[in-house]
Design a protein around this ligand. Sequence first.
Ligand SMILES: *[C@@H]1O[C@H](CO)[C@@H](O)[C@H](O)[C@H]1NC(C)=O
Ligand SMILES: *[C@@H]1O[C@H](CO)[C@@H](O)[C@H](O)[C@H]1NC(C)=O
Ligand SMILES: *[C@@H]1O[C@H](CO)[C@@H](O)[C@H](O)[C@H]1NC(C)=O
Length: 686
Amino acid sequence: TLDSRSGGPGARRLLLWLLLLTAWRAGSAQLRYSVPEEAQHGTFVGRLAQDLGLPLAELVPRLFRVASRAGGDLLEVNVQNGILFVNARMDREALCGRSAECSVHLEVVVERPLQVFHVEVEVRDVNDNPPVFSVKEQKLSIPESRLLDSRFPLEGASDADVGENAMLTYKLASNEFFVLDVINKRGKGKFPVLVLRKLLDREETPQLELLLTVTDGGKPELSGSVSLLVVVLDANDNAPVCDRSVYEVKMYENPANQTLVTRLNASDADEGVNKEMVYSFSSLVPPVVSQKFAINERTGEIKVNDAIDFEDSNSYEILVDVTDKGHPPMVGHCTVLVEILDENDNPPEVVVTSLLVPIREDAPVGTVIALVTVSDRDSGANGQVSCALTPDVPFRLLSTFRNYYSLVLDSGLDRELVSGYGVVVTARDAGSPALRASASVWVEVADVNDNAPAFAQAEYTVFVRENNAPGCHLVTVSARDADARENARVSYSLVERRVGERLLSSYVSVHAESGRVHALQPLDREELELLRFEPRQPNPDWRYSASLRAGMHSSVHLEEAGILRAGPGGPDQQWPTVSSATPEPEAGEVSPPVGAGVNSNSWTFKYGPGNPKQSGPGELPDKFIIPGSPAIISIRQEPTNNQIDKSDFITFGKKEETKKKKKKKKGSKTQEKKEKGNSTTDNSDQ
Ligand SMILES: *[C@@H]1O[C@H](CO)[C@@H](O)[C@H](O)[C@H]1NC(C)=O
Ligand SMILES: *[C@@H]1O[C@H](CO)[C@@H](O)[C@H](O)[C@H]1NC(C)=O
Ligand SMILES: *[C@@H]1O[C@H](CO)[C@@H](O)[C@H](O)[C@H]1NC(C)=O
């Protein structure tokens, strides 16, 4: 089409003419036409002959033609009507590439005369090329740690067209992470750039696909697109995390070494070395705890590594660090609570603290002898202790407070029967199986002087030759005392009495300690014979009394028949010797030291010749005065018809006789009574 822009058709044509003529005359005149690329064959370009002022009739005769075809046979002229038309498809981009201007130059000639005309046919661009990206997909690797507003240049698209048809507009499909910025570089086109608007998180979005589209400015516009694959690279931004923040474990004490306590299981959301991790005890774990356990740094297994004793500690808190191998590393934490359960591994303990040992045999029932403390280091039933005592001891356990007991006297003691008790306190806990322990204490019974001495024989019968040598040994008497030590020490003394004109002590003496009885002068045979033949009126010459030491509660009186003697006027009236018992030390009894000798701790009286209180024969005296003592001793009067046989108290002569007399005595209760030691109390009546 002829480029005609101004005025009406007439004026335009006139102007063209003028221009053409001017060009013609200058010899460099040019005709210019314009045709869009890609125009079809035969598309009208311009009325060439007409525009050159050549009459149509002359065209053929003057051989009107296109002489040089720089662009090949793209354009042709119709010699009939002189019109220039498109002969072949013209691709502007093929003809001219990306140059903004594109035209085909033609030389048109006529001959006779030869004339050459220059014709420029501009090939106009049409939007026949879409913008294109060099690849279908662009891959971007972006570390997740990149900051906001970080920029990532993209490869732009290209468009083979020119001008508006190549004016590209980029557009990014909407997404939450990136926006698009386009940099316009003068003369070099536009460059798309991704800008980070939201922080990336590989663990959440390991990669994302974006669509970048581009459109040109043609009408209609053409577009292209590229897929952007954003691969998010890992950064060590995740600490390892245990599958439980607190692991609670219960286990019995005394586990075997290397027993598994628990297995930790941590995970790390990162990748590669960033997720490789190492388990360790926290530095906050005190050595006393970390010694007890071992952790496998790779598997997270915690095992027992030392003795675990409930009584040491009944729980452990273990803080564990899990550290990954990233740079810098990140650390996760978890806690293991190990509760230790009690086992009955401690026997009870018993401690007996003696208080009152030895214990006096006269101690009252209820006396506290020892304190018993039991304990057990275990807890619960394993630590509940019950206490028991050896059977058959006169003691019992009295619970005072929880595990405290008193060992108290439960019944009376008698040292002379049992001098001591092995007492075993057994403690037993309530665990299963139960453990037990015992402690023993020897409870010695301390002597109290509660036993009077007793002669081995009630009677000693001695035969003495007449005219015995003075000082000869007559007999040795011996008494025993069931008490112990000092309380058992016995001394002997003579119960003084008058024998005829003289005192018994002038005839015989007894050694206080040995009990040896010696004659002090020759004994008269007649006296002996006389006595022998008058047994019914016995005349005991001397008696022994065993005395107790100072403060003793009792005394024993021994009647001993030895040598008998009768005065010239018949046998002396003899009454039993009475030795007072002194039941109370404070009864006014003065007690000389042990072994002080005759009459030391006993009262002796006799009745007979020389005794002013002598009664007539057959009469019984009712009272006796004890010389040197304010005491008066009364004798209980038997019924008058009951003649007291004095031989009850005194025997003499041969043993056979003694036996005979004893036989005779049987049947008489009163006699029997008097015969016994009880006569002391029977006869005394203060
Ligand atoms: C550790 O935990 C993960 C998930 O947290 C689980 O898949 C895996 O089986 C666990 N491993 C062990 C040994 O328990
Ligand atoms: C427990 O076993 C470990 C490893 O064999 C050892 O090092 C440790 O000394 C053992 N502990 C005891 C108390 O035997
Ligand atoms: C002494 O007398 C008491 C009571 O009268 C009696 O029970 C006891 O058996 C007597 N003792 C002796 C040794 O005869």
